[in-house]
Ligand binder design. Structure first.
Ligand code: ATP
Length: 362
């Protein structure tokens, strides 16, 4: 284990992180002051429409973004060590931090594995460089644990000889073999047969719990989130707009975007009621959004929502960026009346810390 990581620090902490991509059509802002914290061992879902910035946030955790990505502002730290922002680690210390703290499970398990190498060799290499290597258990045992029966055949196989479900189980075993402190799983069941999704997800969550690894699950699947995660963070327009305990947030969503997501969920409709689609299209940002990125689609938008950026504030046991909940008295009481959300005293502390409407210099 990297001696300089702090075991009590959040495994992942982002504060006002801004990331842009340089494209032929100019800059595209993918993270627009994203703030999020994942505690050791926590199972957290990161949800949001396509393009909201989930994968960018996940890859930023290891400073593994595409070469056209630019860090414009804000901080990110992994197990207490800065990855973006002042004093950020680089070179070998960064590689050691990734090796010791981070694991990834990707959407397409077969392409995530090396097509030219048998599974046994890939699993053995997955632990190379770890000081604890000699304490590692045999790879066959790890495969049995993840529910693979014909272990010797799997170990002899090349990735293309495995089914999607088998390859994803191997991917999970490989990622957890290093005993990372944070596993980032980006749509881990999207390429797997629908009948296996639940099994794979249950396996992923239970293995993380067994080894004490935090999980950041990037997904569109709110049903899976409801069943398997403790916390949910909702992204919109490159920001985390609501973050709190999963059951509370899904049962009583506060941010109008979270409400719309939950209302659009198949099964959320009452008999005879039409499923609600979220009207409008998600934003594509080229620079900092001047107000709330959801304002053009928000049924409850206030005049200030388009012009003033809502701060990330603690409200009633969760974090929110929404003027309806953290803005003026009138708007707050309207929101409270609708949702029963009371303002948390920590709100004031948080607002003092962030400053009303503060913007990251670009
Ligand atoms: N390398 C890149 N170059 C240019 N733009 C990019 C690049 N990677 C991502 N983007 C853009 O950044 C925005 C956020 O993308 P990102 O993949 O992080 O979103 P996402 O929420 O993970 O989406 P999805 O759910 O579809 O995977 C999108 O507009 C996307 O097109």
């Amino acid at each position: 284990m990297n001696p300089e990581t702090d075991p009590s620090a959040p495994v992942l902490a982002l504060s006002d992180l801004v990331v842009e991509y340089a494209t032929r059509h100019g800059r595209l802002r993918s993270l627009d002051e994203a703030t999020l914290s994942v505690a050791p061992g926590q199972i957290v879902a990161l949800v949001g429409e396509s393009g909201s910035g989930k994968s960018t946030l996940g890859m930023a955790a290891g400073r593994l973004l595409a070469s056209n990505a630019l860090h414009v502002g804000g901080r990110l730290s992994l197990a207490g060590r800065p990855v973006y922002g002042s004093g950020a680690v680089d070179g070998e210390p960064l590689r050691a931090l990734r090796r010791d703290v981070l694991g990834f499970v990707f959407q397409n398990p077969v392409t995530a594995l090396d097509p030219t190498m048998r599974i046994r060799r890939q699993m053995e290499l997955a632990c190379r460089g770890r000081r604890e290597d000699r304490h590692e258990r045999p790879v066959a045992e790890l495969l049995q644990e993840i529910g693979l029966s014909d272990v010797s055949r799997v170990l002899r196989s090349y990735p293309h000889e495995l089914s999607g479900g088998m390859a994803q189980r191997v991917g999970i075993a490989m990622a957890l073999r290093r005993r990372p402190r944070l596993l980032i799983a980006d749509e881990p069941t999207a390429a797997v047969d629908a009948t296996l999704r639940e099994q794979i997800l249950r396996l992923l969550v239970s293995r993380c719990r067994e080894v004490g690894c935090a999980l950041l699950l990037l997904t569109h699947d709110l049903h899976a989130v409801a069943q398997h995660t403790e916390q949910i963070a909702v992204m919109y327009g490159g920001r985390v707009i609501e973050h709190g305990p999963t059951a509370e947030v899904l049962d009583h969503p506060s941010h109008p975007y979270t409400r719309a997501l939950v209302a659009a969920l198949p099964g959320a409709e009452k008999p005879g009621q039409r499923l609600e689609a979220i009207r409008g299209i998600p934003p594509v940002l080229h620079t900092a959004c001047p107000g709330c990125a959801f304002a053009p689609r928000c049924p409850d938008a206030l005049p200030e929502c388009r012009s003033t950026r809502p701060v990330y504030a603690a409200v009633g046991g969760r974090k929110l960026t929404c003027h309806l909940h953290t803005g003026g008295t009138a708007s707050r009481s309207a929101a409270s009346a609708r949702n029963g959300a009371d303002r948390d005293p920590a709100d004031d502390a948080d607002r003092d810390h962030h400053g009303q409407g503060r913007r990251t210099a670009t």
